[in-house]
Design a protein around this ligand. Structure first.
Ligand code: FES
Length: 136
């Protein structure tokens, strides 16, 4: 059996609702940015770069921004997933980078970045992550 890195929060949290409380961990909060072809064609590389830089500047080591292979939500990317907060953000633009870091620091939720999300797909994304299928 594969142990999940993340606590079992899926059943305790409604689909489509990002948590605004802390991740309750001393470990960095992982933030995954899909960098596969469709998301890449919509600017994912720039989002990954800017999110990494801003997170480093504003939070130091407390946020770890990493590339991800594909969340199977290719038509609504670029996609960003924050497993510890059960948060999937879609249609992310460079102008969203600042608000995402603000959210990670305890700021406001970002419902406009979940308008396109499909609940079934969201459930699948977190099930895959909970199963341990995440990059090291
Ligand atoms: S290409 Fe980004 S979710 Fe598939």
């Amino acid at each position: 059996m594969i142990e999940s890195t993340y606590p079992e929060k899926a059943s305790a949290n409604k689909a489509g609702l990002c948590q605004t409380d802390g991740a309750n961990t001393a470990d960095p909060i992982d933030v995954y940015v899909c960098t596969n072809i469709d998301c890449k064609n919509r600017g994912a590389a720039q989002i990954l770069k800017e999110l990494s830089e801003l997170a480093q500047i504003t939070t130091g080591e407390s946020i770890a921004v990493k590339p991800y292979m594909c969340f199977s939500a290719c038509n609504i990317g670029p996609n960003v997933v924050i497993p510890a907060k059960r948060c999937w953000l879609s249609g992310v633009r460079p102008s969203d980078v600042g608000p995402i870091v603000g959210y990670l620091e305890g700021g406001s939720d970002l419902p406009h970045l979940r308008e396109q999300n499909e609940p079934d797909l969201e459930e699948m994304i977190f099930a895959i992550i909970d199963a341990g299928l995440i990059p090291e």
